[in-house]
Design a binder for this molecule. Structure first.
Ligand code: ADP
Ligand code: ADP
Ligand code: ZN
Length: 215
């Protein structure tokens, strides 16, 4: 079977991370989440992390060259002849062009873009109540997907954390960046017949089913 390359796209809080983890584990995709990779770098205070942090804290995009280098080294690390699922990349048309160029070198192409559609009105509730496991990156929600034990990851038993950028004013900025810079990719991939739109306001199980059947 031919390997495939999938992009998950959607506003902050759409459920990309939640779905990406399940989809990749159950369908043998290597997950590349630029947000998780960047946060790891920030946590470890690497050179990349130190450069990226100020942009992330403001809700702005990290400079494209930094992100593209990171993607390139991930593809090299795993070998490009695998199934890949991208969460959070590409984030604008420039990153998309650079990705396309890079994939020519790897003799690969994007097969599908799965757009998880969620209205802005539900985003604040999703993000202000989001909690994440610092170890395995699993995503929880205080109301819709709480951990079994208070504030502890079901899998790792470590304390859940609130992301630095899940604050009201930063969420507002991230939504602006999304609509201004990321959303044009939806039109682009619709135009080349690779877009599958999914209703992200359904419950997570139904969203998962829709994604799995789109793969
Ligand atoms: P993204 O990676 O797109 O920013 P997440 O997967 O981190 O989004 O989800 C954002 C928040 O919304 C988390 O707290 C998560 O538990 C919750 N969530 C995810 N999918 C759903 C859903 N279908 N319904 C309700 N809450 C959800
Ligand atoms: P969300 O879960 O809200 O969709 P992510 O975890 O994907 O957010 O990203 C968090 C932050 O990391 C972004 O606000 C941005 O600063 C940075 N980031 C992640 N991916 C990229 C990317 N492809 N290009 C530039 N910045 C990125
Ligand atoms: Zn965990």
């Amino acid at each position: 079977m031919k390997n495939s390359m999938i992009i998950l796209i959607g506003p902050p809080g759409a459920g990309k991370g939640t779905q990406a983890k399940n989809v990749s584990a159950s369908n043998n995709y290597i997950l590349i989440s630029t947000g998780d990779l960047l946060r790891d770098n920030v946590g470890k205070r690497t050179e990349l992390g130190l450069k990226a942090k100020s942009f992330m804290d403001k809700g702005e995009l990290v400079p494209t060259d930094l992100v593209v280098d990171m993607i390139k080294s991930e593809l090299k690390k795993y070998g490009a002849d695998k199934n890949f699922l991208f969460d959070g990349f590409p984030r604008n048309l420039t990153q998309n062009e650079l990705l396309k160029k890079m994939l020519i070198d790897f003799k690969r192409d994007i097969d599908k873009v799965i757009y998880i559609d969620v209205d802005d009105s539900v985003i604040y509730d999703r993000l202000t109540n989001r909690r994440v496991c610092p170890k395995c990156k699993r995503v929880y929600h205080l109301k819709y997907n709480p951990p079994k034990k208070d504030n502890l990851c079901d899998d790792c038993n470590v304390s859940l954390i609130i992301r630095d950028d899940d604050k009201q004013d930063v969420i507002k900025k991230r939504l602006e960046v999304y609509h201004g810079q990321t959303a044009p990719l939806i039109e682009y991939y619709k135009g080349v017949n690779k877009l599958v739109a999914i209703n992200g306001e359904n419950n997570p199980q139904d969203v998962y089913k829709d994604i799995a059947s789109a793969l």
